[in-house]
Design a binder for this molecule. Structure first.
Ligand SMILES: C[S@@+](CC[C@H](N)C(=O)[O-])C[C@H]1O[C@@H](n2cnc3c(N)ncnc32)[C@H](O)[C@@H]1O
Length: 502
């Protein structure tokens, strides 16, 4: 069966993944980290996600921000139906999922949005689709509103574009159904690589990608990533040119690792970029120095100006840690030019202090263990921790009880589906909503079982074991789950506690 909308694979849905950069509270912190003013998330807001697929990010944000209004749009009916069912099960009355084509939205009557986000959409559709997105941003984003757009970037993706051409040749020769065609695409490229093609010698990263595809990577992911009729990487400048006429200005990267230039750029490159006369020059130089593969950019409808208030706002932001100090050595992220880690000191002391409860940089500076550390260094370290995903900004205390109640309902609905899928096969929903951060956290089926059992007041290990696949031997399963429960208790129960999830 071929059911392809012009330019987009609709036979198989995209995997369901939570994206932290789509979290409005995270945006606020990222805008501040870019030196810009940012909307407070204490006032209710409106939020639209374009191409939301299964709606996991929008569901999580809706549950964690019950006073705000959320809309998720995708033309994939299976995904939208599932997202809508989960919203209903979780009794979320502040979210709507629309099965619609972007083409239908510019003319649709909708409330104006404070935030419009899209992840993995801009470069995965055809030019007509992008034109519709620009009209949506023009028509439905409020003045002073913010957009988030991620895309595969150039020059990093130049060889990926070439590899995709080769994959497509095999795909077109392959027989239906879709996954056969995907395998035919991967097969032809693997053969070219194995026969010693110079393309792969010249681009070792493409050889690595082929190894990953052969391994194999999930076919639904590959279908969307490499086999859409339209897939296009962009130079920053070309995106800016399209968004400037509708009044959108670049408001910095939401990928905080991008802000840690020390980790990515040699001194001469930093000086060169700092001296660039325009944003387009600056970002272009950066993308060439780094060979950027993926951009996660924020845009503001209106003027963008640096403000000192952003520093005060960051100082007043409370952070929570995602792991205990005993795992400090595991805290690391990967920037384009290598690994980024927080400095051991004051990193350890900060993580230890945050483990005891969320704090601002100013509050941390009053902790006896950090008394001799300058406030600027504390803030810088917090930013590194946030950039590598080890710390998250949190929402204000007010409203926490209501947020907890709606997150608990959503988390129960997600966990129940994940556990049913673990037993009988099907789609797992591997993130849960945090009423503390307003965003999601990645989990797995077993952890979801332990958390759900605690909420239901039943014995966690027996509860988790009841979802093991039928064919698994009972004694082995019980022993395995007992060990996993020990690890959960020791390593992650307190984290989920700090995040308001257990
Ligand atoms: C690559 S997936 C990304 C999904 C999700 N945002 C994520 O990053 O996990 C792109 C999504 O956009 C949707 N999409 C593509 N073209 C669309 C259109 N013209 N109208 C509505 N949805 C569209 C697809 O169905 C798909 O779910």
């Amino acid at each position: 069966m071929t059911d392809r909308k012009p330019g987009y694979t609709t036979e198989v849905p995209y995997p369901n993944v939570y994206h932290r950069e789509l979290n409005p509270s995270f945006h606020t912190m990222a805008l501040n980290a870019n030196g810009l003013a940012a909307p407070s998330r204490e006032t209710p807001y409106t939020y639209l996600e374009l191409g939301c697929a299964w709606g996991l990010s929008t569901l999580i944000h809706a549950a964690a921000n019950p006073d705000s209004k959320f809309v998720g749009v995708d033309f994939n009916g299976e995904c939208i139906a599932a997202a809508g069912e989960i919203a209903k099960e979780a009794k979320l009355t502040n979210v709507e999922f629309l099965q619609a084509d972007f083409a239908d939205l510019p003319g649709r009557v909708m409330p104006p949005f404070d935030t419009i986000v899209m992840h993995g959409v801009w470069g995965w559709i055809d030019q007509t689709g992008r034109d519709h997105i620009v009209r949506i941003l023009d028509r439905h984003l409020k003045p002073e509103g913010h957009a988030f757009i991620s895309y595969n970037a150039l020059p990093g993706n130049a060889p990926v574009d070439a590899l995709r051409r080769l994959l497509q040749v095999g795909f077109e020769l392959g027989a239906e159904p879709l996954f056969n065609k995907v395998n035919a695409g991967v097969g032809i490229a693997a053969q070219v690589k194995d026969n010693g093609a110079r393309f792969f010698a010249a681009h070792p990263m493409m050889a690595e990608r082929m190894d990953h595809m052969i391994k194999p990577a999930p076919r639904d992911y590959l279908a969307h990533e490499y086999f859409n009729a339209d897939w296009q990487p962009f130079y920053y400048r070309d995106v800016e040119k399209v968004l400037a006429p509708i009044g959108l200005q670049f408001a910095g990267s939401a990928h905080l690792l991008d802000l840690i230039d020390d980790a990515q750029l040699p001194e001469a490159a930093r000086r060169h970029i700092a001296g660039a006369p325009t944003m387009a020059t600056r970002e272009t130089l950066r993308d060439f120095y780094i060979n950027t593969l993926f951009r996660r950019d924020m845009w503001r409808k209106g003027t963008v100006a640096q403000t000192k208030d952003s520093q005060d706002a960051l100082m007043a932001t409370r952070f929570v840690v995602g792991q205990g100090v005993e795992h400090f050595d595991r805290i690391a992220g990967h920037a384009m030019l290598g690994e980024v880690r927080p400095k051991a000191e004051p990193g350890r002391a900060i993580v230890a202090a945050l483990e005891a409860g969320p704090k601002t940089a100013v509050e941390l500076s009053k902790d006896p263990t950090l008394a001799s550390v300058e406030l600027a260094v504390i803030l810088e370290t917090l930013m590194v921790l946030a950039a590598v995903g080890a710390a998250e900004p949190i929402l204000p205390e007010a409203g926490l009880a209501a947020r907890k109640a709606s997150c608990q309902r959503l988390n129960a609905a997600l966990a129940q589906r994940t556990l049913n899928a673990a037993r009988t096969g099907g789609r797992e929903w591997q993130s849960l909503a945090s009423p503390v951060t307003g965003g999601g956290i990645a989990t797995n089926a077993v952890i979801q079982a332990f958390i759900l059992a605690r909420h239901q007041g039943v014995e966690p290990m027996a509860f988790a074991a009841s979802f093991a696949p039928d064919e698994a031997p009972a004694a082995d399963v019980q022993e395995h789950i007992r060990k996993l429960y020990e690890v959960f208790e020791r390593e992650s129960a307190s984290t989920f506690g700090n995040l308001g999830i257990v």
